[in-house]
Design a protein around this ligand. Structure first.
Ligand SMILES: Cc1cc2nc3c(=O)[nH]c(=O)nc-3n(C[C@H](O)[C@H](O)[C@H](O)COP(=O)(O)OP(=O)(O)OC[C@H]3O[C@@H](n4cnc5c(N)ncnc54)[C@H](O)[C@@H]3O)c2cc1C
Length: 406
C-alpha cells in the first residue's frame, strides 16, 4: 500500500468506489481502504435501482443485473394497486455490482486495499493522516484529502463530530419464488411509515423489511404472516441512516454515501443519492475546489426532495394504522382510476402527485383530513425542532480524533 497519496477513501462500497474511479480517471492518486477480505461481501442490499439511478451511473456493470422490471405493486392492508415505471428498474447483485466498480477503480489507476480497516484519522495543516489496521499490523497513510465512504456506521463521521440515528433493514433470500415484479407492502405488523418488500432474484426471491432500530425481528412476523417461505439460503441486514448529516464536508475531510446519510427518506435506498454524491465530490476534488462546494452542490440538487420526503415520512409515522388504512384505501382507488408513473428516484414528487389526485376523496372525510393536517403540523414542527437542535446534534467538540498523533 502507498504511504502517501492524494485522496484516501475509507470504504469500498459504491460511494467510495465510484469516487475512487472518477478521481483516478481525472489523474489523482487514490487509495481505497476496505476492511473486508472481498469488496461487496457481505452484501446488505435488495439491489433495487430505479432507471434514473441506473442511467446516472458513470459505470453500469451489466453483469450485475439479475432482473429488470417496469411493474411495481403497492400492497396495503385492504387493497393492492399495480403501477408502472417509465423505464425498467434493475435489480442488481450487490456483490457483483461492487466487485465490478472495484475493477473499474483499479482500471482507472486507484489502489484498492482489502483487509484494511481505518481506525481513525486526523487533519494535519496541509493534509490528512489515517491510521490503518492491515493484516500485517498497524500503519499510517498520509493524503491531501480524506473521504469517509465507510457506510452507515462510519468512523470518519464520528471523527468529524457528526451523529446519526438509524432504522434497520433486514432481508431473507429463499427458494420459493412467488413474484415476478417489485412488491412493496405497507401493512401491519410493520409500524406506520415502515414497509416490507418482495422481489424476484433470479431463481430465488428476496423478502425484506425496513423497521425501527432493534425491531429487525419484524422480518419474521411479516414474512410468516404474508408468504409461504421456502428454503432460506441467506439472511442479511444493516443499519440505515434516518437523515442527512449536518455537515458533509469540513476542511480536508468529506463524507459521501450512507456515512453522510445520503439516503432516500421514504424507501431508504442509498445508491442513487450516494452515487450522485460520489460524482459531485470527485468533481470538486478534481477541480481542487474547497470540499464545501461539493456539499453546496449536492444539497442544492437534492435538498427539496429530501425535505419533502422527510416531511411525508413524519406524517406517515404520526398516523395510526386505523387512519392509514383509510388513506391507503382512498389512495389505491384513486390511483386505479388515475394511474400515475412511479419514480423510484423522485419519491416525494410521486407521493405529492398521488396525494393531489386523492385530495378530493380525502377532503370528504373530515376526521381523516383533520388527522392529516395534524400529521402535517407534527411534520413541520418536527422539522423546525430538528433545525433548532442542529447546533447540539453535532458534537460541539468538532474535530476530535480517534488516535493520538504520532
Ligand atoms: C436490507 C437492505 C436493503 C437495501 N436495499 C437497497 C436497495 O434496494 N436500493 C438502494 O439503493 N439501497 C438499498 N439499501 C441501502 C444501500 O445498501 C446503501 O445505501 C449503500 O450500500 C450505501 O453505499 P455506501 O458505499 O455509502 O456504503 P456501503 O455500501 O455500506 O459501503 C461501505 C464500505 O465501507 C467499509 N468500511 C466500513 N468501515 C470501514 C473502516 N473503518 N475501514 C475500512 N472500510 C470500512 C464496509 O466494509 C463497506 O464495504 C439497502 C440497505 C439494507 C440494509
Amino acid at each position: 500500500m502507498r504511504k502517501e497519496t492524494d485522496v484516501i477513501i475509507c470504504g469500498g462500497g459504491p460511494a467510495g468506489l465510484l469516487t475512487a474511479a472518477l478521481a483516478a480517471r481525472g489523474g489523482l492518486e487514490v487509495v481505497v481502504l476496505e476492511e473486508h477480505e472481498r469488496v461487496g461481501v457481505p452484501a446488505h442490499c435488495a439491489g433495487i435501482l430505479g432507471w434514473r439511478c441506473w442511467e446516472s451511473l458513470p459505470y453500469r456493470p451489466r453483469e450485475a443485473v439479475v432482473e429488470e422490471t417496469r411493474e411495481i405493486s403497492f400492497i396495503f392492508p385492504e387493497d393492492k394497486v399495480d403501477l408502472t415505471m417509465k423505464k425498467p428498474a434493475v435489480i442488481v447483485n450487490r456483490a457483483v455490482f461492487d466487485a465490478k466498480l472495484a475493477e473499474e477503480a483499479l482500471r482507472q489507476g486507484a489502489e484498492v486495499v482489502t483487509e484494511a480497516r481505518a481506525l481513525g484519522g486526523r487533519e494535519l495543516g496541509d493534509g490528512v493522516k489515517v491510521c490503518v489496521k492491515l493484516r500485517e499490523g498497524v500503519v499510517f497513510i498520509r493524503g491531501k484529502y480524506l473521504v469517509g465512504a465507510d457506510g452507515a456506521r462510519s468512523i470518519i463521521r464520528k471523527m468529524v463530530g457528526e451523529r446519526m440515528s438509524f432504522d434497520i433493514g433486514v432481508q431473507l433470500i429463499h427458494s420459493r419464488k412467488g413474484c415476478s415484479s417489485l412488491e412493496v407492502y405497507f401493512t401491519p405488523p410493520l409500524p406506520p411509515g415502515y414497509f416490507g418488500w418482495r422481489i424476484p432474484f433470479g431463481e430465488l426471491e428476496k423478502i425484506g423489511v425496513v423497521a425501527p432500530l432493534h425491531r429487525g425481528r419484524l422480518l419474521w412476523k411479516f414474512s410468516e404472516k404474508v408468504f409461504t417461505i421456502g428454503e432460506i439460503s441467506h439472511i442479511e441486514g444493516g443499519l440505515i441512516p434516518r437523515r442527512l448529516v449536518r455537515k458533509m464536508a469540513r476542511g480536508r475531510v468529506a463524507l459521501v454515501g450512507d456515512s453522510a446519510g445520503q439516503v432516500k427518506p421514504i424507501s431508504r435506498g442509498g445508491i442513487f443519492l450516494g452515487s450522485a454524491g460520489a460524482i459531485t465530490l470527485s468533481e470538486a476534488l478534481l477541480a481542487g475546489e474547497k470540499l464545501e462546494t461539493y456539499e453546496k452542490r449536492w444539497r442544492r440538487r437534492f435538498l427539496m426532495e429530501l425535505e419533502a420526503g422527510l416531511a411525508l415520512r413524519r406524517i406517515l409515522e404520526s398516523l395510526s394504522w386505523h387512519d392509514l388504512r383509510k388513506v391507503f384505501s382512498m389512495a389505491s382507488s384513486c390511483l386505479r382510476e388515475h394511474p400515475i408513473e412511479v419514480d423510484l428516484d423522485g419519491q416525494a414528487s410521486f407521493i405529492f402527485n398521488s396525494t393531489r389526485t386523492c385530495l378530493p376523496s380525502i377532503a370528504r372525510d373530515l376526521r381523516l383530513a383533520a388527522q392529516l393536517i395534524k400529521g402535517l403540523g407534527t411534520a413541520v414542527l418536527g422539522g423546525v425542532l430538528l433545525e433548532l437542535a442542529a447546533p447540539y446534534g453535532s458534537s460541539s467538540l468538532g474535530h476530535r480524533y480517534c488516535y493520538a498523533d504520532k
